[in-house]
Design a protein around this ligand. Structure first.
Ligand code: ADP
Ligand code: ZN
Ligand code: ZN
Length: 670
């Protein structure tokens, strides 16, 4: 027999299959093996086994040994091979995602994180009829191995987690395994508390990037050896070494954190779908605000849609008030606090209730808007907001790179009040502290929290009602569950609305809906005040009505018109290097190369290749970064990635020291 092997080596040079004879050994795809390589011995992974003798010009050597303990399963190598072509990465880069660093602990020395956690769970006496329905439909699919993808669209507190647990229970009953994914490491604790109560901690292993190397390896081993049947964690848990996966659940499926922010820039959803194909397992995507792409797939019938419309305890959703900041200005109020929000805060403080104020920091003073009419400068070709660059004093489109002068008067209403908009959380904290001198104000953002313990102590103070007003970035929007919050304010929704991202409206809808979930968790209805210069944007009307469908129907038309996902992809190819000239030259060369590849098809596809751009504010390992954006029509992605991969090989063969990273549908372009 002959085995195709990928060796453990990060060089592009060895990124290929090597053929070995299996000799006396019994070898399977996924096995870790020791093989002679040149003058050395190295480890590698078997990707394929065949009895046909391949045409090799070299002498075929024999595998020395199989490392049973650290071997993977056949599905994992299949998925890794697929990832190589999907993301234009090396085999070994894909494999490494499945294999933690380190080696097995000495018996008895294993570490188990979250072991001492007190489980908090009591099974509801009855499920709502919506829950019953969801559970029975998903369970049937797990039982019949239908390999379905479900989109569970349920308002906050509709009891989605109960549906997840019942689905997992069904999978275990069938002798299968399960993966439960959450978008944020900080949310894993809550989930484990509930799951441990339901399934027993011994059946659960946790995987995320904040475990120690030892913990991560040991949890991995517990999954691999079948001691734990449920993996819980952030996106890396999708690489759990499980076999026969019955169900994978992605909670808050719309979250940006499911997309890897470092190379390889994989999409957790794609990997989950691919893995489940082998096992005919079921995928459940849960969200109160599904991504537009997922919802479209549900409409098309690619996903099966299940709705949970009722909150299990029927508490009304909060009132959402949209405040027109242009009107405030006309009435002589130039502060960052509208009269209405001010009033709500006062009355909350009077009745000893708490307040959360959100200011999204990402948009700090970098888009231009007219305070008179709300006009925002957008790129006419790409439809996204232009970003101000101080160094050049120009407005730049982060998609196509076109530059525009900063207007002196508003092109729409001729007002001179057109200027940079934005402020950060520090400024908010200052203004709020002086506006409410008797209130205790605290701030939660990446500047104030550098350590997990600080985050915990800020939250603890708030939970203990020592803080009256909590000011923060989107960190405050997620998962906080306090029952004394009467008012939530979004100080400038425009910062999210004008992110240079085709999803900016989707993200605004999600943010407002999510942060609204923080208001009025007790028995009283909460109030949410959203301040904006663009109140007529359809996104806000949908937020006000708590109407996802309404938002979706408008948004999907724009996506279709612009050929943005789900109607096409945006591929960002990044070049980084320590050599500035080389970096520039390579991105120029790539642009020409890519246009050439696409020209031959005679469909005008080459027009989708934008000119290369320099990334400012780049803080990476290499010193310089340039990037090229490509608009790619639906269905062409694989071909485009193939071209990009070939270009990488070209660079490699010339021994050029430039790094290439491919990012499909990137979340931020800066
Ligand atoms: P979601 O994930 O949709 O936001 P959860 O599953 O976290 O909602 O449920 C919210 C709260 O409601 C939890 O405290 C949960 O225990 C409770 N809950 C859910 N379903 C029921 C039910 N059928 N009966 C009683 N309580 C329930
Ligand atoms: Zn104007
Ligand atoms: Zn543009």
């Amino acid at each position: 027999m002959f085995a195709s092997i990928v060796i453990e080596n990060k060089s592009k040079y060895t990124d290929t299959f090597y053929t070995y004879e299996t000799g006396e050994l019994f070898v399977n795809p996924g096995d870790k093996v020791r093989v002679p390589f040149g003058k050395k011995e190295v480890y590698g992974y078997v990707f394929d086994v065949t009895d046909e003798k391949p045409d090799e010009e070299f002498e075929i050597k024999t595998i020395l040994e199989v490392d049973e303990e650290n071997s993977l399963n056949p599905e994992i190598v299949k998925t890794a091979a697929w990832m190589k072509s999907r993301y234009a990465i090396k085999y070994y880069d894909a494999l490494k995602l499945f294999i933690p660093k380190g080696k097995a602990a000495k018996p008895g020395k294993e570490k188990e994180p979250y072991k001492d956690l007190i489980s908090r769970y009591s099974k509801p006496e009855h499920f709502t009829s919506e829950q019953e329905n969801a559970i029975s439909v998903i369970s049937e699919s797990i039982e019949k191995n239908t390999n379905d993808i479900f989109l569970l669209h349920g308002v906050t507190s509709s009891g989605k987690t109960e549906v997840y647990m019942e689905s997992i229970s069904k999978a275990l009953e069938m002798g299968k395994t399960a993966i439960m994914l959450v978008p944020e490491i900080s949310l894993t604790t809550q989930v484990i508390e509930r799951f441990a109560g339901r399934f027993g901690k011994e059946n659960i292993a946790v995987l995320h990037s904040k475990l120690t190397e030892r913990e991560r390896f040991d949890e991995w081993m517990r999954l691999k050896t079948g001691k734990a049947k449920i993996a819980i964690g952030a996106r890396i848990a999708v690489f759990s070494p499980l076999e026969n996966i019955g169900v994978i659940i992605m909670d808050e499926e719309h979250e940006a954190t499911y997309k890897a922010d470092m190379s390889p820039k994989f999409d957790t959803l794609d990997v989950a779908v691919k893995r489940l194909k082998t096992y005919n397992g079921v995928l459940v995507l849960g969200s109160a605000t599904p991504s537009v792409t997922s919802y479209e797939r549900a409409k098309e019938g690619i996903y099966r849609l299940i709705c949970l419309k009722e909150r299990y305890n029927k508490t009304p959703l909060p009132m959402i008030h949209i405040v027109d900041m242009r009107e405030e200005l006309r009435n002589g109020n130039a502060s960052i606090l509208s009269e209405k929000l001010n009033r709500y805060i006062c009355s909350a403080l009077d009745s000893k209730k708490q307040v959360i104020l959100l200011q999204n920091r990402r948009g700090y003073s970098n888009f231009v808007s007219c305070r008179e009419c709300g006009y925002v400068m957008k790129c006419p070709e790409c439809g996204i907001s232009l970003t101000y660059h101080k160094k050049e004093d120009k407005m730049i489109c982060h998609y196509c790179g076109k530059k525009y002068d900063v207007p002196k008067v508003c092109p729409d209403c001729k007002s001179k009040k057109i200027k940079l908009v934005g402020f950060g959380t520090e400024q908010v904290e200052e203004v709020i502290s002086s506006a409410f001198p008797n209130a205790v104000v605290d701030r939660l953002d990446l500047d104030t929290v550098t350590k997990r313990s600080e985050l915990d102590s800020i939250l603890k103070r708030f939970e203990d009602k020592k803080t009256d007003i909590l000011v923060g970035t989107q960190l405050v929007a997620k998962g906080l569950d306090f029952d004394n919050v009467a008012v939530v304010g979004v100080l400038l929704a425009d910062t999210t609305l004008n992110l240079p991202d085709y999803r900016s409206q989707e993200r605004t809808f999600q943010l407002v809906t999510q942060v609204s979930g923080r208001a009025g968790r007790g028995d009283e209805q909460g109030n949410v005040v959203v301040q904006t210069y663009e109140p007529e944007n359809f996104t806000f009307k949908a937020c006000m009505n708590h109407d996802y469908e309404m938002f979706y129907n408008d948004e999907i038309k724009i996506r279709e018109f612009m050929n943005y996902p789900p109607f096409g992809d945006i591929i960002m190819v990044n070049f980084t290097s320590n050599d500035e000239e080389l970096c520039d030259a390579t991105s120029d060369r790539f642009t020409k190369y890519m246009k050439n590849c696409l020209k031959t098809q005679d469909k005008g596809l080459e027009k989708g290749v934008m000119n290369p751009k320099v990334a400012f504010n780049f803080k990476g390992q290499d010193s310089f970064r340039t990037y090229v954006l490509i608009k790619c029509p639906k269905g062409e992605r694989n071909r485009y990635v193939y071209y990009i991969d070939n270009f990488q090989s070209l660079l490699f063969n010339e021994r050029l020291k430039v790094n290439v990273v491919c990012d499909v549908n990137p979340y931020s372009i800066v």
